[in-house]
Design a protein around this ligand. Structure first.
Ligand SMILES: *[C@@H]1O[C@H](CO)[C@@H](O)[C@H](O)[C@H]1NC(C)=O
Ligand SMILES: *[C@@H]1O[C@H](CO)[C@@H](O)[C@H](O)[C@H]1NC(C)=O
Length: 204
């Protein structure tokens, strides 16, 4: 499967950066215990957390149940490449567009989990609905958040277009300068050509 190659890339990336970042430490309100093999059990259950804390890369088991977490920012869990078990139940998940990240992350990881334990709390239209029952229709507000990403692309495109225009202007300037120079050279060479003929005329 494709995902098996992907985490190796991330693992390499993470290994390269382990020296510079101390992301192996236990997040503050949680309790951690080291496994005999390299890995941490991170227990953040029932800590009144409103957000997912900065989790160590070597997290193998993650307990986040019974907190006040409503959403997970896209990308927050991508580095957890060693994860074998996760529990995020008992949180008041806000099933707006942003929940798509968590839902797809849970679908993509090959770990022990019980997605039926994950239920939406808000908005009221999907209250108590399990994650796996969420459909595209429940996600109608999603479309409104698309322009945020589009805007990033738009800004990048503008930047690229600006660069292209600048390059064109510079190039046309260079071409004009080259043409002027070529004209000058042509003028000097033509004068050079006429000079000897003049001299030869004088010598006659
Ligand atoms: C996690 O910590 C709580 C106390 O905060 C404890 O009751 C629970 O048993 C722990 N869970 C695990 C799996 O260690
Ligand atoms: C979720 O979907 C399953 C079928 O896939 C259904 O049996 C269950 O009743 C649904 N639950 C809710 C709360 O809609």
């Amino acid at each position: 499967m494709g995902w098996r190659k992907f985490p190796i890339c991330i693992q390499l990336f993470v290994l390269l950066h382990l020296g510079t970042c101390s992301i192996d430490s236990c997040p503050t309100p949680c309790s951690c215990s080291q496994l005999q093999t390299r890995g941490l059990i991170v227990n953040c259950s029932s800590k009144h957390l409103k957000d997912v804390p900065d989790l160590p890369v070597i997290t193998v088991r993650l307990y986040l149940q019974n907190n006040l977490i409503t959403s997970v920012s896209p990308g927050t869990l991508d580095h957890l490449v060693s994860l074998q078990e996760v529990d995020m139940s008992g949180n008041p998940w806000n099933c707006n567009c942003q929940i798509l990240y968590l839902k797809s992350w849970l679908d993509s990881i090959p770990v022990q989990r019980n997605p039926s334990n994950l239920r939406c709390a808000t908005p009221s239209t999907v209250s108590m609905k399990p994650f796996q029952n969420l459909t595209g229709n429940d996600m109608t507000p999603c479309r409104r958040t698309w322009p945020i990403k589009c805007k990033q692309f738009f800004v990048r495109d503008l930047y690229m277009i600006g660069l292209a225009v600048l390059t064109l202007i510079l190039m046309s300037y260079v071409v004009r300068m080259a043409r002027k120079l070529a004209c000058r050279i042509a003028v000097t060479t033509s004068s050079c050509q006429t000079k000897p003929s003049n001299e030869s005329y004088k010598s006659k």
